[in-house]
Design a protein around this ligand. Sequence first.
Ligand code: ADP
Ligand code: ADP
Length: 225
Amino acid sequence: MARVQLQHVWKKYSNDFVAVKDFNLDIQDKEFVVFVGPSGCGKTTTLRMIAGLEDITSGDLYIGDRRVNDVAPKDRDIAMVFQNYALYPHMTVYQNMAFGLKLRKMPKAEIDQRVRAAAKILDIEHLLDRKPKALSGGQRQRVALGRAIVREPAVFLMDEPLSNLDAKLRVQMRAEIRKLHQRIQTTVIYVTHDQTEAMTMGDRIVVMRDGVIQQEATPQEVYNH
Ligand code: ADP
Ligand code: ADP
């Protein structure tokens, strides 16, 4: 179960800039929420606080029933996908996907089973022995998703995961990520500056501006606004 709650969350950077101001949001288990808004409005900062990559200045963050403000990223039951896929170039697709599980000392048989299951879902089974440089942009993106889903996180955080892809592939991958969400049934928090992407992907859209939530609604409600 992974409900995610942010209560009166503030972020003040060390230069005194306040990037997130009294952010309140209750994300339900298995919900697909999109943070959208112009560059600099605080989307990534908020996501990074949820991931534990950025300290929360004040307020409370809960993942499931647990207050995680002081919990290390690796202990938060989350996985994050970035726009630059950050695949390890010297490793094969299989090794890239297995790496995080190996670090956790998971038995090889279970790693193998998870990697194969994820590769099947993402249709990259035929690419397992390739290195990243021998993959297309869309294939690399699938590997990055695969590397995250093998961990079976309760919460999936995605920061502009499609922005390095061309327009056609971007549209295709939107649908694939939605399908993936149906299939693996985790909570997803997805950041984009692209309104169309937000409208087509989110169960709920959180519109941010200058560090605050400007609007929070379903795509239908945003459309009718
Ligand atoms: P978005 O993801 O919506 O583009 P960010 O969360 O990346 O916005 O940034 C929000 C604001 O915080 C921006 O004005 C940005 O310049 C500022 N900011 C981001 N990181 C830092 C930092 N490490 N120190 C100071 N200001 C930062
Ligand atoms: P190590 O170098 O520690 O053996 P590897 O990451 O090379 O680790 O491989 C981990 C395990 O996964 C090994 O048992 C290897 O045989 C297996 N493996 C690696 N790539 C593939 C693949 N494409 N298909 C099937 N098994 C693979």
